[in-house]
Design a protein around this ligand. Structure first.
Ligand SMILES: [Zn+2]
Length: 689
């Protein structure tokens, strides 16, 4: 949990489709399928019968669904998914080799190999049944008073169980050099507060299914039918009360809304019946006198919810959250199946669970990210790739410098500050310079459950130990095989793990036009995050500090409103996009593509590339650039996933990320001969950066 608060506040991911939906669980494997890298420009994906000036996404990606239908074990199919599956095959081969019980293995190879082998031993997991879970259930059964809750919730912080609250560490928004303690809202089983509160047939259906699911889990834990049903209803009431006092996802995007430093006694005063000292000391965190209470209203409300709920209901809620938070892989099959039935089938429309090896590869990546990640980098990321990626980032930063200089709406004073911030952005490319030490983490071959909990506790303790310490700016927050990139406002850095620096997004041997269209967009996107509605509130050192003149700030908001309105016109099924929730990502997409375009032109001029000459594929370099960009977003999503993303995710669904940007870029229309007034070349365009 400890990093969750930070993730909510600071990490503005470029494409969460892979990271957000981690929980699909394993049973009958679908037909074996292998994944190969997709070329930077894949003409077979294109629907050349479509008019590029009417719908460029259709032109660039019209055949995606036919060629890459959604697999039965996934909520979607897109470029990110394809690359993730490819990377997972690579990791699979590494882990199968590491799993051989060979005494000559190095310490980290033994750890990843034994973790993976234990996870794969499904027979052993099933044979143990409920036994590994029993000590956890005994802890709950042993509660005789609500006064004992802080100790139990402290234990839950360590093993990542999401009941009631989160407690951990974070970089201080206002003093980016130090790490502070944080308490944050938590404890909901549905994806977001609105799932409890929205009206409408679809939401009512999901809530009904959810209550049934909670009851099914409680029955599998031994409750009678009647008891499970009444407990599930009471749990729904409890969670709905927590949802009412929770901060919504859109409001969480403003860092001021989730930053309330206070003396620890003030937090104690907010929650009179909850003894925080018992929680702190049980986690073993370093001592501290001040804490960021991210959402004070939540804690006032939580205190009341605990006071008004009887102990048996709280115990039922804890049992439910325990099983809900623990990965299905290490639980008895019936629990695993039930978890998938709601989280996979009902919430995301996925018919089938992933095969076990895929889940175990992911679990190993979560548990030992820098042990497995090192092996991945050795295998998959040559020095030439890193050098090329670094050079591209420098080109894009230089383009941003020129872009800021050219803005007609910004004063010279704010421009200077913006450029100062730009020049301070640090680049993390490929892999960390220093790898994490896992010598204190015990992995026992044959103990899948214990390995999982020990790995969670190892990471939680590592996070908690940071409280009061200086921030380590060299640390990596994501594993190297991750197919994603992000900007971190507190660090003022952009992060490109080796996992995303792969085809189709990046290939050191393909034409520059394609690299700048694909990964160049992501690089521009992450840099622009430093200057979106959230990022612009932090200075170059990562401090939450306003460096804008009032007039320029107002102008920024007017420019941004154009994007809010544009994306609010898009809808999936019966759900409209939330233009405010997606503003940061849409700003980054629009700014990012402009920077990729500018950087490519500069690079092409330097290298003497003839921009009028068509390649063998029939396209000019600039056309290739836009095709590469659009093919980043080739995708097909299940309607359930589209709805989930539209209501909870700061990213717009893939297909809007292509056309939504290009309509604002007249250079695109020119490259494809579009006339002003055609759908892809409207007279009115939005531009922030
Ligand atoms: Zn982003």
């Amino acid at each position: 949990m400890s990093s969750t608060t930070k993730a909510v506040a600071l990490l503005l991911f470029l494409a969460c489709a892979g990271t957000l939906f981690a929980q699909t669980t394993g049973a009958p494997p679908s037909a074996p399928q292998t994944y190969s890298p997709i070329p930077g420009l894949d003409k077979s994906l294109m629907d050349t019968t479509a008019d590029p000036c009417a719908d460029f996404y259709q032109y660039a990606c019209g055949n995606w669904s036919k060629l890459h239908p959604i697999p039965s074990d996934s909520p979607y199919s897109d470029q990110f998914y394809n690359l993730e599956q490819y990377n997972r095959q690579v990791l699979h081969a590494i882990l199968e080799k590491a799993a051989a019980d060979d005494p000559s293995r190095g310490a980290n190879t033994r750890k990843i190999g034994d973790y993976y082998a234990s996870c794969m031993d499904e027979a052993a997991v099933q044979q143990k049944g409920m036994a590994p879970l029993q000590p956890e259930l005994d802890r709950i059964n042993g509660l005789t008073s609500k006064d004992q809750l802080p100790e139990l919730l402290a234990h839950y912080q360590l093993i990542n169980v999401n009941a009631f609250l989160g407690f951990g560490s974070q970089q201080d928004f206002k003093d980016a050099t130090r790490t502070i303690a944080v308490a944050a809202q938590n404890g909901l089983g549905l994806p977001e507060k609105d799932y409890y509160l929205r009206t409408g047939a679809k939401d009512e259906e999901i809530r009904k299914q959810y209550v049934q699911h909670v009851a099914n889990i409680l029955k599998l834990l031994g409750s009678s039918e009647t008891q499970a049903a009444s407990d599930a209803a009471a749990i729904m009431k409890l969670e709905t009360a927590l949802a009412k006092v929770s901060l919504d996802v859109t409001s969480q995007r403003d860092p001021h809304n989730i930053y309330h430093m206070m003396p620890v006694k003030d937090l104690q005063a907010l929650t009179s019946t909850f003894n925080w000292n018992h929680l702190y000391s049980t986690t073993g965190s370093p001592a501290f006198t001040e804490i960021n209470v991210a959402e004070p209203e939540f804690f006032k409300g939580m205190n009341q919810v605990i006071a008004e709920t009887d102990l048996p209901t709280i115990k039922a809620y804890l049992r439910w959250q325990l099983v809900s938070s623990i990965g299905g892989l290490i639980l008895p099959k019936a629990l695993d199946e039930e978890k998938f039935d709601f989280g996979g089938r009902k919430l995301m429309g996925v018919p089938e669970q992933q095969t076990r090896w895929k889940r175990c590869v992911r679990s190993t990546d979560n548990a030992l990210p820098e042990a497995l990640g090192k092996a991945y980098v050795d295998h998959q990321f040559p020095a030439a790739s890193k050098a090329k990626a670094v050079q591209m980032i420098h080109d894009i930063e230089a383009a941003m410098d020129r872009d800021i200089e050219s803005l007609d709406w910004m004063s010279a004073a704010t421009k200077t500050r913006a450029q100062e911030k730009l020049h301070l952005i640090a680049n993390k490319v490929g892999y960390p310079d220093k790898w994490r030490d896992y010598s204190m983490l015990e992995i026992v071959r044959g103990d899948a459950f214990g390995n999982n909990l020990r790995a969670a506790e190892f990471e939680s303790r590592r996070q908690l130990a940071k409280i009061g310490k200086p921030v380590d700016r060299q640390e990596w927050l994501t594993s190297t095989p991750t197919v994603n990139a992000f900007y971190d406002a507190g660090m003022n850095d952009i992060n490109f793990p080796a996992g995303v620096l792969q085809p189709a997004f990046f290939d050191a041997t393909q034409p520059d036009a394609l690299n700048y269209g694909h990964i160049g967009l992501f690089m521009g996107h992450e840099i622009t995050h430093g200057f979106d509605d959230t990022g612009r509130q932090f200075d170059g050192h990562g401090n939450l500090q306003d460096w804008w003149t009032k007039e320029d700030g107002d102008k920024f908001n007017q420019k941004a409103q154009c994007l809010v309105d544009e994306y609010a016109q898009f809808s999936v099924g019966d759900t409209r996009l939330n233009g405010k929730l997606t503003l940061g990502e849409n700003t980054a997409d629009n700014g990012g593509m402009r920077l990729a375009y500018m950087a490519f032109l500069a690079r092409a001029a330097q290298d003497g590339v003839d921009l009028n000459r068509k390649s063998a594929d029939g396209y000019t370099p600039v056309q290739q650039l836009f095709l590469g960009f659009a093919q980043d977003w080739c995708s097909e999503w299940r309607p359930e996933l589209e709805r989930l993303v539209a209501t909870t995710d700061p990213h717009s669904p893939d297909r809007f990320r292509a056309n939504g940007v290009l309509v604002n870029l007249p250079e695109f229309g020119k490259a494809f001969g579009c006339k002003v007034g055609q759908p892809m070349a409207p007279a009115k365009a939005c531009r922030v950066w």
